[in-house]
Design a protein around this ligand. Structure first.
Ligand code: SF4
Ligand code: SF4
Length: 196
C-alpha cells in the first residue's frame, strides 16, 4: 500500500463528458489483478468507436479514474485530453517542508502539439497561483516510464507577472529536458492468482 494520500473523489463537472476521448485507455498504466497494461499502449478492450468492450467489468483502475479535465474547474474547458494532447491527473504527496499530505496535479504532455493547446498556459498558471504542487510529465516510449519534474518554482515569476509567453517558453524547455530524461521499462507487479 502506498503511504501517499489518495486524491479526493471530486464531483464531476457538469457538461464535461468523455465523448470520443479515450486517452486514459492508452496513457494509463493499469496494474490490477484483473488486467495489466503499461502506459502508451492502447488497451486491447478498446472498441473501434473508442468505447470499452468490457465496461461493466472493467478493472478497478478504470472504474476509479477520472482525469483532471472532468474534475477540476480551473482546468480550461478547451483542455479535453484528446483535443489538447494534455492529460491532467491529481497526485497525492507528502509535503517535504511540513510533512502534511497534499494533493498536486500532473500535466502530461502527450503530443508535440500539446504545448500549443488552447488553455494550457492558463490552466498551469492557475494551479501555480493557487500554490498547488504542479508537475510536468513527459511520457517515454510505450511501455517506458515518464520523466516528471515539479515546475512551481521555475514558473512562479512568469505567473506572478502574467507573462504567458514566458510560461510557454519554460514549459517548452521543461518538455525538451523531460524528453531527454531517463525512461526505463515499466515492471508490473506480481498478482496472486485469482481464487477458483
Ligand atoms: S482522459 Fe478524461 S476525458 Fe478522456 S476518456 Fe479519460 S476520463 Fe474521459
Ligand atoms: S478496460 Fe476498458 S476502460 Fe479500461 S483501459 Fe481498457 S478499454 Fe479503457
Amino acid at each position: 500500500m502506498s503511504d501517499l494520500p489518495a486524491a479526493p473523489e471530486l464531483p464531476l463537472i457538469p457538461g464535461r463528458e468523455c465523448g470520443e476521448c479515450n486517452v486514459c485507455c492508452v496513457s494509463l498504466t493499469i496494474d490490477d489483478a484483473e488486467m495489466q497494461k503499461p502506459q502508451g499502449y492502447r488497451c486491447r478492450n478498446t472498441l473501434p468507436d473508442k468505447r470499452c468492450a468490457i465496461y461493466p467489468t472493467r478493472p478497478r483502475t478504470c472504474r476509479e479514474f477520472f482525469c483532471g479535465w472532468r474534475q477540476l474547474k480551473w482546468i480550461r474547458q478547451t483542455m479535453r485530453p484528446d483535443v489538447s494532447g494534455v492529460l491532467v491527473r491529481q497526485h497525492g504527496e507528502i509535503s517535504k517542508t511540513d510533512g502534511t499530505p497534499r494533493i498536486g496535479v500532473i500535466f502530461t504532455l502527450l503530443t508535440n502539439a500539446a504545448l500549443k493547446a488552447e488553455g494550457l498556459a492558463e490552466s498551469v498558471a492557475a494551479a501555480v497561483a493557487a500554490d498547488i504542487p504542479v508537475y510536468l510529465s513527459i511520457p517515454g516510449p510505450p511501455g517506458y516510464t515518464s520523466s516528471s519534474a515539479r515546475i512551481n518554482e521555475v514558473l512562479l515569476h512568469a505567473v506572478q507577472t502574467s507573462d504567458k509567453e514566458e510560461v510557454l517558453r519554460i514549459l517548452r524547455a521543461a518538455r525538451a529536458k523531460g524528453r531527454a530524461g531517463k525512461h526505463v521499462p515499466i515492471v508490473m507487479k506480481k498478482h496472486p492468482p485469482a481464487q477458483a
